[in-house]
Design a protein around this ligand. Structure first.
Ligand code: 26Q
Length: 786
């Protein structure tokens, strides 16, 4: 450490702390692996969770808590004048994911460990994670996220776990078998992250693949003096792990993304099959001992790759291989937006993965033959459900592949799962009615309550004891305490403490002073039109106008944070508008005591851990039918924020769990959205009817917030006026009314806190432990023995 006797360097301290944890983590990991190898074949399957994203965040705080090392380390550091919470803030945030889907995968790993499920997460070891968001002149600028700059003390290289992964080339006949001769060969090398349980000492493993070149150097080219050519294999390998693809709402087929997906799947499936072989010496029990789960369609090549391994490498017959594949694969869908469904140009697919394309064709042929038999009267059915989209440029439909190859397909909230079978997958649900079900998402109570909000956690311990820490459903015992003054006082004090912490951060980072007694109104999530940050902004403008006109409103600070995909122009414009509005209103002496707008840059897991516990009001305001589940909504309520929300995603189940009277529900419901659209929606009409909307809209459209450039927000205001795809105009009035109800309650602090407690008490079933237990029971349970 500080060899020269100077003050310890934070990077050194972090490394030392991580290494202290590593030893014990490795011991627990080895013990768990040994237990899993020795498990009896038919009791539990080993789960393999394939995901292009794992939004892990920081690891030290979690590891210390899991190992019971937080207190001793805090004492040790205090002796050196360092505070543990300050040290934790310095760890890089591992952002190997875009948002909800990636964070869900990270919460699930945490629950795999806690439940002691034999399990592996499989992902890619991206060199650059989700970009860093900087704001220059009010606009988003993306910077590369060099998260491993100081190394990664948590990863364990496993040089012995290496597998070749091929691309391109051709397929030849080899007797009965097919043989793929790839043109390009990479080698996948494993790096493991140990995921510890907080009780019981079990671990899960996140295995991240790193591409390396099979041939480090093209010696022939090197001798010719062509160094660029000689090093090409190395560069090609590096490209693969280069960067996480952003979710940019348009699924332009890019070859590198497909290669990343194929690489993840190729490496993971070989690893899984090899492990079974080394443990059993046969694949006979494979489907009773293994489950493979697809986190959306991104790893949907997995069934094709498994078929290839079984047919071409292990000599299976088609029907046996297919039966096995069908038993092990399952799939979760995370979005209903038809434009977000992943498809790949057939030509690109065939060039990169010629053998997989043959397999996809054969799966399709057999599937469509069944469909034609089952739906003899419906000529068009086969075309609609085919794995190949024949309209226009031919494309492979990844969702079709995932559904046809899976034994179970689920959505992530009740509403989403219902809409899934009524809309995008209606035909498949007719063909395979028993395959579709729902598993509502959940979040890790360890990261999102115990670690992020120690003050509230301690208050809960004091009120109902610590049993809730192992079984979140025990939070329901808090229901009786919504009138207990001491407890309410402790909850309010914890909230105030967290608000002050956030205020310090905002002051230090942005130079903005906020009133910590004002209502903290927060919307943090990816910037997307359907999530309607623009509706939030229109309310801020209307509120400002009302205050200027003399309305005696409650003091409020509105926080917004989130990244816009770099290619998503409308989202970027919303970020800019937030900054322009903040600049116009924050220093307005007529309103600044009552209203501030703060855009907090570079939203990531670490920032979420600070912001969410400090929130009074959680904004969950997507157009009904668009947000598959949401998981931020759960984190906020678990931390005692009240929700203002639409009847969408998991908001609905949350409202039902806590009682609708404990949530500020507003806006059109799905059926009303559909009816309004069907009847010819005219957004401009709402301007005529609602003066407040007219004034707020006009301020943006007339350039009040972009002096000298009145056209700056033209594409936003034109969309609202002429299309309004996400029906902001229709919901604005109801939203403002709901905000007035929020103000009214916030003026009565004890009543507000009692509602906050009612929220926390109802969140017991929104733990990822519950969600994972449901998957284990309904999806990953061993199939019945023949
Ligand atoms: C696909 C192809 C190419 C490039 C990027 C992508 C891509 C990447 C990420 C497509 C989608 C995503 C992410 C989707 C996502 O986060 N969905 C969210 O999943 C959460 C967990 O289930 C839900 O709670 C959210 O409602 C849902 O929006």
């Amino acid at each position: 450490m500080d060899q020269l006797g100077g003050p310890p360097d934070v990077a050194d301290l972090l490394r030392a702390a991580a290494h202290a944890c590593r030893e014990e983590l490795t011991r627990r990991w080895a013990a768990s692996q040994a237990q899993d190898r020795a498990r009896s074949g038919s009791a539990v399957r080993r789960v393999h969770y394939l995901s292009m994203e794992f939004l892990i965040g920081r690891s030290l705080g979690n590891a210390l808590a899991a190992l019971g090392l937080a207190e001793p380390l805090a004492e040790l550091l205090a002796g050196r004048g360092v505070s543990l919470p300050d040290l934790l803030e310095h760890e890089a945030d591992a952002a190997l994911g875009n948002g909800g889907l990636g964070r869900l995968a990270a919460c699930f790993l945490d629950s795999f460990a806690e439940l002691g499920l034999p399990s592996f997460g499989y992902g890619l070891r991206y060199r650059y994670g989700m970009f860093t968001q900087r704001i220059r002149d009010g606009q988003q600028v993306e910077q590369p996220d060099d998260w491993m700059r100081d190394g990664n003390p948590w990863e364990v290289a496993r040089p012995e776990r290496r597998f070749p992964v091929g691309f391109g080339g051709s397929v030849t006949a080899d007797g009965e078998r097919r043989r793929w001769i790839p043109a390009e060969r990479l080698v996948a090398a494993a790096y493991d992250l140990v995921v510890p349980a907080h009780h019981g000492g079990r671990t899960s493993t996140l295995r991240l693949w790193q591409a390396t070149s099979a041939d480090s150097i093209d010696l022939e080219a090197f001798r010719r003096g062509d160094q660029a050519e000689a090093g090409r294999p190395l560069v090609a390998a590096d490209m693969l792990n280069w960067v996480l693809y952003p979710d940019d709402s348009t699924r332009a087929g890019r070859l590198l993304r497909l290669k990343q997906e194929a690489f993840l799947v190729g490496a993971s499936l070989q690893d899984i099959v090899e492990r079974e072989f080394s443990e059993r010496g046969t694949l006979d029990d494979f489907s009773r001992r293994n489950a493979i789960h697809l986190n959306d369609t991104h790893p949907a090549l997995a069934p094709a790759e498994l078929m290839r391994l079984l047919l071409d490498e292990h000599g299976f017959e088609w029907s046996a291989a297919w039966a096995l594949t069908r038993q092990v694969v399952s799939y979760t869908n995370h979005t209903l937006m038809p434009e977000a469904l992943e498809t790949w140009p057939l030509e690109m697919f065939g060039q990169l993965l010629p053998r997989h394309l043959e397999i996809v064709y054969e799966i399709n042929e057999r599937f469509l033959a069944d469909v034609r038999r089952q739906f003899a009267g419906d000529e068009a059915m086969a075309g609609r459900v085919s794995l190949i989209d024949e309209s226009g440029e031919r494309r492979v439909r990844m969702a079709a592949l995932a559904i046809v190859a899976s034994n179970k397909v689920n959505g992530v909230s009740k509403l989403h799962s219902e809409l899934m079978v009524q809309t995008i997958f209606a035909d498949y649900a007719k063909i395979f009615p028993e395959r579709f079900h729902n598993v509502t998402n959940g979040v890790s109570p360890r990261r999102w309550l115990m670690q992020a909000n120690p003050g509230l956690a301690a208050a809960i311990d004091g009120a109902i004891g610590p049993a809730w820490r192992r079984d979140l459903t025990r939070l329901s015992a808090l229901k009786r305490l919504a009138g207990a003054d001491t407890f309410l006082g402790e909850v309010a004090a914890a909230k105030q403490h967290n608000k002050e912490r956030l205020a310090r951060l905002v002051r230090a980072e942005l130079g903005i002073a906020v009133n910590t007694r004002s209502l903290f109104d927060v919307q943090v999530k990816r910037i997307h039109e359907y999530k309607r940050q623009l509706l939030n902004l229109l309310h801020v403008v209307a509120r400002h106008q009302a205050i200027v006109a003399g309305a005696p409103l409650q003091p409020r600070t509105v926080f917004i944070a989130g990244k816009a995909a770099s290619a998503y122009q409308q989202a970027k414009l919303i970020v800019r508008l937030a900054h322009d509005i903040a600049a116009a209103i924050n220093d307005d002496p007529r309103s600044s005591a009552l209203l501030k707008l703060v855009f907090v840059p570079d939203y990531d897991v670490g920032l979420a851990e600070t912001v969410i516990p400090a929130t009074d009001l959680s904004e969950q305001i997507s157009t009904a039918g668009t947000e598959a589940s949401g998981t931020g909504n759960m984190k906020f309520a678990l931390n005692g924020a009240l929700t203002i929300g639409t009847w969408d995603g998991a908001n609905i189940e949350m409202a039902q769990a806590m009682g609708e009277e404990n949530m500020f529900v507003f806006g059109l419901r799905v059926a009303e959205v559909q009816a309004l659209k069907a009847g010819g929606y005219e957004p401009a009409r709402y301007l005529e009817r609602e003066a407040a909307l007219q004034r707020a809209f006009a301020a943006v459209a007339d350039g009040d917030f972009s002096p000298g450039e009145p056209e700056r927000y033209r594409t936003l205001t034109d969309e609202l006026l002429h299309r309004d795809t996400y029906m902001l105009m229709a919901d604005f009035g109801a939203y403002v009314d709901a905000q007035a109800r929020v103000d009214e309650l916030f003026a009565k602090p004890a009543a507000w806190t009692a509602r906050a407690v009612a929220n926390v008490a109802a969140m017991g079933s929104f733990s990822s432990d519950r969600a994972v237990a449901e998957y284990a029971e309904r999806v990953w349970r061993p199939p019945p023995q023949p």
